[in-house]
Design a protein around this ligand. Structure first.
Ligand code: RAM
Length: 349
């Protein structure tokens, strides 16, 4: 259902590919790393100092999303920075948010480690005039102005359940290797995956949900433990780019390669060799660079006062066009996209 026709595959490939290369070029030109861009003054009277706070540092997915954000900020002559904890944990982002509020940034763009734990810090930020955009992983809606959602939670759950059940013949034991236990996004997807499995796949049993904390080694070890604990396991779903890459690395050199199916959410660059060597058949994602790019333009629209985050608000997001704020202050980027051997060569992120 979510696999595209070859014509639309080419269209999406073109969009994703072009977007990635534009971002790469923009970054080379800007010399962006953890900080860069212009100054608040360069944005005229508007405070376009925009700080990205990913779940944690060292994750290729956030490197790409935040570079997309930096490219957008450069277009409207603002100032980009990125700060985050080394390790994802429920309260790990609080001190970073508090510091950004003290520094009087114009907006914080946050992928939240937890739906509640950042609430007090974000409320104080908003009270001090800082606009709050969540992207990728939301907080409770009262703690932010808008949430930039990569795809609907149902769409993401569907593609993962459809893929794994197809690969295991719709029967047998599966497990989920997730990110951090409190992650808002993974938990929403997992709840919907559980419901779908229970309702539409009576012969598939979910043995366990385990957490690799978006840490490569922890995810690798949890994969090994799953396979040992559940000797009849036929499939693993890992709805995290860190988890799926670590699980694929484990499977690829084990006797389970090609026998235990693995799908989930991954970046094409991290998953390419595992698709080529037959460890993984298909996985999904969206364009993280576009997600960050859209989040930056939402931050700008909030700073400009063009939008407040109410349903029906419209804003322009550069090369991506015009977006409308939906229910609960949510802006939708698009649909998840499936990668396999037939199309993975067309993507570079
Ligand atoms: C990891 C993070 C991120 C999630 C992706 C799919 O990089 O957990 O929040 O959206 O995976």
């Amino acid at each position: 259902m979510l696999l595209q026709s070859s014509r639309s595959t080419k269209r999406v490939a073109k969009t994703l590919g072009v977007a990635a290369s534009v971002v790469a070029l923009a970054l080379v030109a800007a010399g962006c790393a953890s900080t860069g861009g212009g100054t608040a003054a360069a944005g005229g009277s508007h405070n376009y100092k925009i700080a990205f706070v990913p779940k944690n540092l060292g994750n290729a997915y956030f490197d790409t999303s935040d570079k997309g954000g930096a490219a957008a900020i450069k277009e409207f002559k603002g100032s980009y920075s990125q700060v985050a904890p080394a390790t994802a944990g429920p309260s790990a982002q609080v001190s970073f948010i508090n510091t950004l509020t003290q520094q009087k940034v114009g907006a914080i763009v946050l992928s939240s480690d937890d739906p509640e734990a950042n609430g007090t810090a974000l409320t104080a930020a908003m009270k001090a005039g800082v606009k709050v955009v969540t992207f990728d992983s939301d907080t409770d809606a009262k703690y932010r102005d808008v949430f930039i959602n990569q795809a609907t939670a149902q769409g993401i759950a569907d593609v993962e359940v459809d893929t794994i059940t197809k690969e295991i013949g719709d029967s047998g034991e599966v497990a989920i290797l997730s990110a951090a236990a409190n992650a808002t996004n993974q938990n929403a997807w997992i709840a919907l995956m559980k419901a779908d499995l229970a309702k539409s796949h009576p012969n598939v049993k979910l043995d366990a949900v385990v957490y690799g904390n978006d840490d490569d080694q922890t995810s690798f070890n949890k994969t090994a433990a799953l396979l040992q604990t559940y000797p009849h396991l036929k499939g693993i779903i890992s709805p995290t780019t860190v988890g799926i890459a670590a699980a694929a690395r484990y499977l690829s050199t084990s006797s389970y390669k090609g026998k235990v199916a693995l799908t989930g959410l991954g970046t094409p660059n991290q998953m390419r060799s595992y698709v080529t060597d037959g460890t993984v058949t298909s996985f999904a994602l969206w364009n993280p660079a576009d997600l960050g790019y859209l989040a930056s333009y939402a931050a700008k629209a909030l700073i400009d006062g063009t939008i407040t985050g109410k349903q029906g608000d419209k804003f322009k997001a550069g090369k991506l066009g015009t977006f409308t704020v939906g229910a609960d202050g949510t802006v939708l980027l698009g649909k998840p996209y499936s990668f396999d051997a037939s199309n993975i060569g067309q993507f570079n992120f």
